[in-house]
Design a protein around this ligand. Structure first.
Ligand SMILES: *Cc1c(COP(=O)(O)O)cnc(C)c1O
Length: 388
């Protein structure tokens, strides 16, 4: 049987049409009509004034921080419970990073911890230049509360919506709330261009600046003149063709991923000791990956054992992101817990959580195979006291 992957590219069939357009008009070189159209389509879909597409989500974060003038000696706050790419650009820019814990309802940034971190930073005169808020696995963070706290200190939010394209918070699209938002079109995301990203904002001046920096920061002069350092981060016109076709099926992909989640939920939620990632009231997750936690006082199994057992059946499962404040790369960075008297929420999630295969191109038969294997394993591990 073919390996069942966590999340693999799912083409719509129209990609080739836009790629061919690029070839027929010889718009192979960077930029061109697909790039322009893809940017317009993203901005319209998300409900913001503009978008700039890049060759990765990481590059988009780098640009977002750059246009907010993050540099040496500056500070940036970032969710701890995330993939390393949320934070790497802070280090590229030579700035200091402080990590903020999750809260249990969304698994995303805790407004309480953010408030304490900002209060302390203000007291010592080191308010951050930006706060990177991540929406993990498609679930929106508590944006109202986070924006209220951030605004009260006058610090802009950059939304890392790499995993939450298509998700909604109170009727608005994830990624459209911060000063800037970023998306990723990496191969494992809900839609993909093989590799790519986007930066969105209602501030067109910031986007213009981002595009300038993304194209080597060339001054308006008759010769090649440069006053600041730039990057080569633009998405190519060929790649943007893939993006246009993928965006056309984004809502369908959200529906498919949510259906996959619903089937897992229906089949597994009744097993004692399992808890699926919650969906906050008034939000709609794209359910990029179906994730769950295991209560070890009820089920005698840890996520690594499940991962290994699934792997033997040719099923790819994965533990949740290791919090960045626990990464060797970020040893000794400041970290603010959700509740000062308890174990960090992000550490509990990391110790107990698991992602299940969730690709929109997974067949029902494949999903049943995953469910059956998981059921068999978990039933064997129910602690005796729970059975009687
Ligand atoms: C995928 C991802 C990124 C990075 O995007 P790339 O396009 O791979 O550079 C950043 N943050 C999060 C949370 C991600 O999942």
């Amino acid at each position: 049987m073919k390996r069942i992957l966590l999340s693999s590219p799912h083409m719509s069939g129209n990609e080739q049409k836009y790629i061919n357009e690029a070839f027929e008009t010889n718009w192979i070189a960077p930029l061109g009509p697909n790039v322009t159209r893809f940017e317009e389509d993203i901005a319209n879909y998300v409900g913001v004034k503009g978008a700039a597409v890049t060759d990765s989500g990481t590059a988009a974060i780098h640009l977002a921080l750059s246009v907010l003038d993050v540099g040496k000696e500056d500070h940036v706050f970032c969710s701890s419970f995330t993939f390393v790419a949320s934070a790497s650009p802070v280090i590229y820019l030579g700035a200091e990073i402080t990590f903020i814990d999750s809260e249990p309802e969304t698994w995303n940034m805790s407004p309480d911890a953010l408030y304490r971190a900002l209060s302390h930073a203000k007291k010592v005169g080191k308010l951050p230049k930006a706060i990177i808020v991540v929406h993990l696995y498609g679930q929106s963070a508590k944006m109202d509360e986070l924006l209220e706290v951030a605004n009260s200190f006058g610090v802009p939010i950059v939304e890392d919506a790499a995993e939450s394209l298509g998700s909604e918070y109170k009727g608005r699209k994830s990624g459209s709330f911060g000063k800037l938002g970023i998306y990723s079109f990496n191969g494992n995301k809900i839609i993909t261009t093989s590799g790519g990203g986007a930066l969105v904002s209602d501030d067109e001046g910031l986007l213009e600046r981002a595009v300038f920096l993304a194209t080597q920061a060339r001054d308006a002069a008759p010769h090649y003149q440069h006053s600041v350092i730039g990057y080569n981060y633009r998405m190519s016109n060929v790649v943007a063709g893939i993006g246009r076709a993928q965006l056309e099926v984004l809502d369908e992909r959200v529906f498919q991923r949510r259906s996959i989640y619903n089937r897992y939920y229906k089949e597994l939620a009744s097993i004692e000791g399992i808890q699926f990632m919650p969906e906050l009231k008034d939000t709609k997750s794209n359910r990029w990956l179906t994730t769950l936690t295991i209560d070890s006082s009820i089920l005698q199994v840890n996520p690594y054992e499940i991962m290994d057992s699934m792997n033997k059946k040719n099923i790819e499962a994965r533990v949740l992101w290791k919090p960045l404040h626990l990464q060797p790369l970020f040893a000794n960075k400041d970290f603010y817990k959700h509740d000062e008297r308890s174990i960090p929420v992000s550490e509990n999630l990391f110790a107990s959580g698991l992602c299940l295969p969730s690709g929109s191109n997974m067949t029902e038969e494949q999903q049943n195979f995953v469910i059956d294997n998981l059921k068999q394993l978990l039933h064997k591990r129910l602690l005796v006291k729970q059975i009687i």
